[in-house]
Design a protein around this ligand. Structure first.
Ligand code: SF4
Length: 387
């Protein structure tokens, strides 16, 4: 099978080049061509020796993911649907703001965790993405955006592993992808601008702290185990106390001195003032000294058959007020891209109905040939507001 160079971090690419009898600096050159310049053909790589340029196509490729569709939101958010084969597709979302461009990247086709409020969770798990499939989302989006915005500068300044899937349940593929995102010869993101979001896979939170401590967001969504068991089934394996212990262990290595807790606001389920008070007590008292954190309240994005409703705005603000007055910085996330189903928890890709997925993907392949609206940064981006 031909090797896809998108599957390698620099260490892996160096080992591959050494097998070909090439020195490390050749791997650095290749890595820069691929990730910094967006090259997908070896004959573009003019500073590589001609003999190497001729040899590479017989042993490796640079294979991006086929794009099935692109949707542009009125607020400038862009969502791509990528074909990952066998009737599966994953989604990637670009969110432009005044001072940054954030890409939300998927790590799995579907998700095995099955959170009640999450569209991806409802469709079940299909498979892990490879390192190359994770990186291909960033590779494509970055170079597409540079071309269409006519920008010589990097457009994507932040990456959040918050798309489809639980990244820490695909750790082997995730780690080289994160290292490539951080590498100065590739995307050069700072560790503060690269966030892994997890529903609480405790052992791999510890591994990440050792291997590649980037910013961490934890999907909490409930202030007690009984409620969290019903919303995030993984809680039955790693209950809240264990999860918060793992957060405390993570912090010394983290690039920020706090953990972000995500809390999806569900009408009548987890949004009452007593839940806010319980949450406040939890994060302020856990382990005796509490967990340094910020809390992000996420308005629920309804999807068919969820049986859940978004909390009224007043309930969200009241909830945030309890936390802020208790000394925990709390923000309410603005919904972005909801006109194209790109908002948090709406990413469903195409694995829900596997019997029809292949048919729908084939239809999309036909329609992608049609012209799409020219991409721009869109109207002034919306900032997160403080509750
Ligand atoms: S919220 Fe995250 S972990 Fe939970 S089902 Fe959705 S993708 Fe999986």
């Amino acid at each position: 099978m031909t090797v896809n160079l998108l599957d390698f971090d620099l260490e892996g690419l160096t080992a591959f080049c050494e097998q070909l009898g090439e020195k490390r600096f050749r791997a650095v050159q290749l890595f820069r061509w691929i990730h910094q310049k967006g090259a997908s053909r070896f004959d573009e790589m003019t500073d590589l020796a001609k003999s190497l340029r001729e040899k590479l196509p017989s042993v490796c490729t640079i294979t991006p993911l086929p794009v099935l569709s692109r949707q542009d939101s009125a607020d400038g958010t862009i969502k791509w649907l990528f074909d990952v084969g066998d009737g599966n597709a994953v989604e990637t979302v670009f969110i432009p703001e005044d001072d940054r461009g954030t890409l939300c990247v998927s790590s799995q086709a579907g998700c095995a965790v099955g959170c009640r409020f999450c569209s991806t969770g409802h469709q079940g798990f299909s498979r892990n993405l490879s390192t190359g499939e994770i990186l291909a989302q960033l590779w494509y989006a970055e170079h597409f955006l540079r071309r269409h915005l006519n920008s010589p500068e990097r457009v994507i300044t932040n990456v959040v592993m918050m798309g489809m899937g639980e990244p820490l349940q695909n750790y082997g593929a995730l780690l080289p992808a994160l290292r490539t995102m951080l590498d100065d010869h590739a995307y050069g993101l700072s560790r503060r601008r690269l966030t892994v979001s997890t529903s609480g896979v405790v052992p791999f939170m510890d591994r990440l702290a050792q291997d590649c401590p980037v910013a961490l967001a934890v999907s909490l969504h409930a202030p007690n185990d009984a409620l969290r068991d019903s919303l995030v089934p993984l809680n039955r394996k790693y209950p809240i106390a264990e999860l918060l212990d793992a957060c405390l262990r993570y912090l010394p290595a983290a690039p920020r001195d706090f953990i972000t807790f995500e809390y999806c606001m569900l009408d009548g389920v987890n949004d009452q003032p007593e839940h806010a008070q319980q949450l406040l007590d939890l994060v302020r008292r856990h382990g005796g000294r509490g967990v340094p954190c910020k809390i992000n309240l996420i308005p629920f994005n309804p999807f068919p058959d969820s049986g859940l409703r978004c909390s009224p705005r007043a309930a969200v603000l009241r909830f945030g007020q309890v936390l802020n007055e208790g000394g925990v910085v709390t923000t309410v996330r603005k919904t972005r891209g909801d006109d194209i189903d790109a908002a948090c928890g709406q990413l469903a890709g195409d694995v829900l109905d596997r019997t029809n997925a292949a048919k729908r993907l084939a239809q999309r392949r036909q329609t992608i040939e049609q012209p799409v609206r020219v991409v721009g940064r869109g109207p002034a981006p919306v900032k997160e507001g403080q509750a």
